[in-house]
Unconditional design. Structure first.
Ligand SMILES: Nc1nc2c(ncn2[C@@H]2O[C@H](COP(=O)(O)OP(=O)(O)OP(=O)(O)O)[C@@H](O)[C@H]2O)c(=O)[nH]1
Lengths: 62, 663
């Protein structure tokens, strides 16, 4: 994904490193840019389902 | 993998022949939208094969062309930003480079953004594949006043560099010549730091097999945890030994290696770009460019920011809050849900005590759910819509640049505060700052500062609403908060030992927001928010219920009413502050209730808003601070923040009443 603030492209897992200093220890649903610290909410389950479904349909159509 | 045989079944046009046997093979790679397809079209004839890459829905185009009487097979790959793939397209593009023979790889690049594009060039150079850099879109670069010294760039990189305007067929002959001359691999090696470089050497030595790309490139990818490369080397190589080196290298740093490598590469790139480009003033600056500059320059940028804030206020504060909240709160909850639920609950549950858990003054439905759905939801929804629009236009990076410049002007380190101002959630600062901090003392101060000064987004939304209808109040609030920010920024920059000067920052082009993007972003944020907040609101109701039974609640309100009255607030405000401890937005919603009942207006309202904005972070964060940093520190922080919030409230009250300000 791409950080909307600084433009760094990173993988979701990489945000874990950026989260290390955070006092909140449980996963909070936000993805943190390892470069600038900007926080983005992770992809919603519902939207992901929709996207998968659309991709599948497109693939079948072809 | 043999794509040639597999292609038939996956192919959809499968009529034309594949690349003519015996011809030279050229692979086109590059970021999306840089003109690869146009270049491809220029080099090939009319017959091309489009097929899905095996096992994916990603399309790959292949065609044949002729240069100086020789057959050339050309492959157009999906857009890639980095040799370390994130998307499926990037994986496919890289798989082609890893698996297919090539006599030349052409990196088609956007001449307008050399800084960004050279990341891929350098990565491709590391692979040792025979590479040509094709700077396309030269006309647009020209228009922006970007002049590139091709000779210089060529000598810096050690590979052929060809400028083209693909759409006008300009420079294509040079490109053809470069292809036919078959580029050698570059002899330039760009080095990383003293920890990463030895690790690369060690891994390179361990790799025994023969791969299409260099061992150095493989080592770098392994260090960056590339799963595909890990799989590729699993069988043939001594993976255990390699993994050990990777793990040991990681231990040296708190950041991911991938990030460090990117940053270090950026440094190399900055050098190259500086020496090989001459920016001349463009003759005519386009509207977008002019707007972009207005946003970033302190003199025009700050008024612009105020304008944006005013728009935000009108949309969230006036439309979201007054219109939407009014309807949900008064009509839906006031007339329907509350009376109805109360009736049912009193019917089913005969005990008053248990009834109170669900309904009446502090019930789960009448307080927790009502606050969440009727007050907070319309506000955060409108707030998130506005924010998503702002985010999608590319204004945020410009705002970041602006803040950075303003802070630099007054001698402060702006970078440290930017994500705080723009970020969501409440823990932004802690993370950002504590990452780079060395000593315990620094960490403590940083955590404290952020607990104090960073209002979470939801709280901001509710505050906007509380201020709605009174523009003077809004300005005073903004002023006070700005002062506190400055103070925090000042302190933060004092304790943060020179934030690494290398801070990756890319300012994308301005654009109109896309409806679908805005929708997705807003929905994602609202969903996230409710997942976080609703359980807490319900929990708060339960706690208050327990507190009521045990009389602890009244005791706490009594205690809190002292400081509240000192800062000139009615006793009822104490309840809202208590709410604020569960979550700050919960407290703000409590204030909103009071305002609606006419109990809180004018100066006291402003004072309570300022106080609650500075107030202790919510109980969740507090309890976690206890867990992570211990009781002593958590209580110590509370002991500071509590009085400080009230002190600021007190000062604001004092100043305003002394000056005789009425709001
Ligand atoms: N002004 C200008 N426009 C160009 C040039 N080359 C390509 N374009 C335009 O840029 C746009 C993108 O070109 P494509 O060839 O589709 O880009 P691509 O790299 O294949 O994009 P993906 O398929 O997304 O990877 C098209 O509208 C082209 O007409 C150029 O040299 N100058």
């Amino acid at each position: 994904m791409k950080c909307p603030l600084c433009g760094l492209r990173f993988k979701e897992e990489e945000s874990a490193a950026a989260c290390r200093g955070c006092p909140i220890s449980k996963p909070c649903g936000l993805i943190k840019c390892p470069n600038c610290g900007y926080e983005i909410p992770g992809e919603s389950g519902l939207l992901k389902l929709l996207r998968k479904w659309r991709e599948k349909r497109n693939a079948v159509k072809r | 993998m043999n794509t040639r045989t597999k292609r038939k079944e996956a192919s959809c046009h499968g009529t034309t022949d594949e690349i003519i046997a015996g011809s030279k093979r050229v692979i086109l790679v590059g970021n999306p939208n840089v003109g690869k397809s146009v270049v491809f079209g220029n080099l090939t004839g009319n017959y091309v094969t489009v097929s899905n890459y095996p096992g994916t829905t990603v399309e790959v185009t292949r065609g044949n062309g002729r240069i100086e009487e020789k057959n050339i097979g050309i492959i157009d790959t999906p857009g890639m930003y980095s040799f370390l793939p994130i998307t499926e397209e990037e994986s496919v593009a890289r798989a082609i480079l890893l698996n297919e023979d090539s006599d030349a790889v052409i990196h088609v690049a956007d001449a307008k953004s050399l800084e960004r594009t050279l990341h891929l060039t350098l990565q491709l150079m590391e692979t040792g594949l025979p590479l040509i850099l094709n700077l396309n879109l030269m006309d647009e670069a020209d228009r922006l006043g970007i002049k590139i010294d091709l000779e210089k760039l060529q000598s810096k990189l050690g590979i052929p560099v060809v400028a083209t305007i693909a759409t006008e067929n300009k420079g294509m002959d040079n490109l053809r010549r470069a292809i036919i001359n078959i580029p050698k691999k570059s002899d330039k090696i760009f080095r990383y730091d003293a920890t990463i470089e030895p690790a690369i050497t060690k891994i390179t030595r361990l790799i025994r097999g023969n791969y299409r790309i260099s061992n150095r490139a493989l080592a770098l990818l392994l260090l960056q945890d590339d799963p595909e490369i890990n799989d590729l080397l699993e069988k043939e190589e001594n993976k255990a030994a390699i993994d050990k080196i990777v793990e040991e290298t990681k231990k040296f740093f708190s950041e991911p290696l991938n990030y460090l490598i990117t940053i270090q590469r950026q440094k190399i790139i900055n050098e190259i770009v500086k020496e090989s480009t001459i920016a001349v003033r463009p003759e005519r600056v386009g509207f977008r460019e002019r707007l972009s500059r207005i946003m970033m320059s302190p003199i025009t940028g700050l008024p612009f920011l105020l304008l944006v804030m005013y728009g935000l206020y009108e949309f969230v504060g006036v439309f979201g809050a007054q219109v939407a909240v009014d309807y949900l709160e008064k009509t839906i909850f006031g007339n329907y849900i509350n009376p109805y639920v109360t009736k049912i609950v009193t019917m089913i549950i005969p005990w008053k005590i248990l009834q109170d858990l669900f309904v009446n003054d502090y019930g789960i439905i009448t307080l927790g759910v009502r606050y969440a759905i009727a007050i907070i939801m319309p506000i955060v929804a409108t707030f998130f819509i506005a924010f998503s629009i702002i985010e999608d236009t590319g204004y945020l990076p410009r705002l970041a640049m602006l803040i950075d410049r303003v802070f630099k002007k007054i001698g402060l380190n702006g970078r440290a505060v930017i994500p705080v101002v723009l970020g969501f959630g409440c823990d932004t600062m802690a993370t950002m700052v504590t990452r780079t901090l060395e000593t315990r003392k620094e960490k403590v101060i940083a955590t404290l500062l952020l607990a104090l000064a960073i209002p979470c987004s939801a709280q901001l939304g509710v505050i906007l609403v509380l201020l709605s209808g009174n523009i003077d109040m809004l300005w005073i609030f903004a002023g006070v908060m700005a002062l506190v920010f400055m103070l925090v920024g000042f302190l933060a920059s004092k304790i943060i030992p020179g934030e690494s000067p290398l801070f990756y920052m890319e300012v994308p082009p301005l654009r109109w927001p896309k409806l679908s993007n805005v929708f997705t972003k807003t929905y994602t944020r609202v969903e996230w928010y409710f997942k976080e907040v609703l359980p807490l609101f319900i929990l708060a109701s339960v706690f208050i219920w327990i507190g009521k039974i045990t009389k602890l609640f009244d005791l706490a309100v009594d205690l809190l009413s002292y400081p509240t009255s000192w800062i000139g607030l009615p006793k009822e405000a104490a309840t809202a502050f208590l709410f604020g401890f569960f979550r700050r937005d919960f407290g703000a919603a409590g204030l909103y209730d009071l305002k609606n009942e006419g109990l809180l207006t004018g100066v006291p309202l402003l004072v309570s808003i300022v106080t609650i904005a500075l107030f202790m972070p919510c109980i969740a964060q507090f309890s976690i601070t206890i867990k992570e940093r211990g009781w002593k520190m958590a209580l110590g922080m509370a002991a500071f923040i509590f009085p400080f919030a009230f002190l600021v409230g007190f000062l604001v009250n004092l100043v305003l009443t002394t000056l005789g300000v009425t709001l």
